[in-house]
Design a protein around this ligand. Structure first.
Ligand SMILES: *Cc1c(COP(=O)(O)O)cnc(C)c1O
Length: 387
């Protein structure tokens, strides 16, 4: 027996390599946007979550710089001790107003919002029903909570109902968790049906709007608005790091929920408050999302244009069902996906391969932004055509 307790690390990495699951970072220099500099090469960016192009917006930068000048770089403590500023409260009010909820609470990231909220809401005597394609932060939040966790097949409302019929009475509380836009597929959850079933079985619902906020809905409030569920009782979480162009996470809901989370969510109570710069940038972005619907309209025009070009020029491409700016091309193996990703990069297109264990099947994931021009989308289709 080896007497090095760490030797398994190397063996484990070798296994990851053999499966073509190995991953490493790539350096981007310069700013964000439709065209970026990736490892010294200029590429058109189809890999960003910056759907509205706000991460490079001058108004967010100025808001962040002013906040640093006035308040400093760090928030110096948790929200309940020295970390709370008026700016945090303004951001929470702006989010609540966008979401049409009574209140909101800002966390230091979306991941922390999910793990803190789920573990505050349910425990050992409770049940979590979770879509099988949910984001890692929902899944790990569920595990952390100590509740009994059962996955249901992706978007399968019948299966969800059957699980509730069989299991609900065995538990104290029940929480259903789902992405609104599935981050690695681009399809939407059947939220109205999920909420109906949840009501019938006295269950709570948490919906993750990471890829919905700023993107979906007439006012950019997200999937909840788009699917006609504004005002219904549920727990809406999201991130400030995607369409909002900053960093941080939030939960929006009624006063009681938010007050409860301020008292019980460990990843809010025991972590340092969001920095002044991130908070100010997010606040500026929420105002832009409210006041400039043309960005969202342009984003959706770009989605339509890409779909139109694919239908016309690449009818044999296997595209996963999508109702969002996330479009995925299905590929049989991880190595195929890697090869296509590599080829696209050489052709000046950044659209990464997404492989297991992140997703069950390998794919190339394309995300569109409001700041893409038609010629960018045409170049993508041309490169795909040449494969
Ligand atoms: C990105 C993401 C998160 C995490 O948000 P961060 O602010 O980046 O920590 C949570 N849920 C989903 C669905 C995401 O895509």
């Amino acid at each position: 027996m080896s007497n090095n307790p760490y030797s398994w690390l190397e063996e484990s990495l070798e296994t990851i390599h053999r499966a073509d699951w190995y991953r490493s970072v790539q350096t981007i220099s310069g700013g964000s946007g439709a065209v970026i500099n990736l490892e010294e090469k200029e590429v058109i960016n189809f890999a960003s979550n910056d759907y509205l192009g706000l991460a490079g917006d001058a108004r967010l930068k100025i808001a962040a710089i002013n906040a640093i000048q006035e308040l400093g770089t760090g928030s110096t403590g948790s929200r309940l001790l020295t970390g709370h500023r008026q700016l945090h409260r303004e951001l929470e009010s702006a989010i609540a107003s966008l979401k049409q909820t009574e209140d909101a609470i800002v966390f230091s990231s979306g991941y922390l919002a999910n793990i803190g909220t789920i573990s505050a809401l349910v425990g050992k005597r409770d049940l979590i029903l979770s879509d099988q394609y949910n984001h890692s932060s929902l899944k790990n939040g569920a595990v952390m909570s100590g509740a009994c966790v059962m996955d249901y097949p992706h978007n399968d409302v019948e299966a969800l109902k059957n699980q509730l019929i069989q299991q609900r009475q065995n538990y104290r509380r029940c929480l259903i968790i789902t992405d609104s836009v599935f981050s690695m597929d681009g399809d939407l959850c059947p939220l109205p049906e999920i909420l109906d079933i949840a009501e019938e079985f006295n269950s709570m619902v948490l919906v993750d709007e990471a890829h919905g906020t700023g993107v979906l809905g007439k006012n950019g409030a997200g999937g909840v608005e788009h699917l006609g569920c504004t005002g219904r009782q549920l727990i809406q979480m999201g991130t400030l790091s995607k369409a909002v162009g900053s960093l941080g996470g939030y939960v929006a809901g009624n006063n009681t929920l938010v007050d409860f989370l301020r008292n019980r969510a460990p990843s809010w109570i025991y972590t340092t408050a969001l920095s002044p710069a991130d908070t100010a940038a997010a606040l500026a972005a929420i105002e832009i999302i409210k006041n400039e619907p043309q960005r969202r309209i342009q984003l959706w025009k770009n989605v339509e244009y890409l779909q139109e070009l694919i239908q016309k020029h690449l009818p044999n491409l296997k595209i996963l069902p999508s109702e969002s700016p996330i479009l995925c091309i299905h590929l049989v193996s991880a190595s195929d996906a890697l090869n296509v990703g590599k080829y696209l990069k050489e052709a000046g297109i950044f659209a990464p391969a997404i492989r297991p264990p992140t997703v069950p099947t390998s794919r190339i994931r394309i995300t569109l932004m409001a700041v893409h021009e038609r010629v960018h989308i045409e170049k993508l289709v041309e490169a795909l055509h040449n494969i």
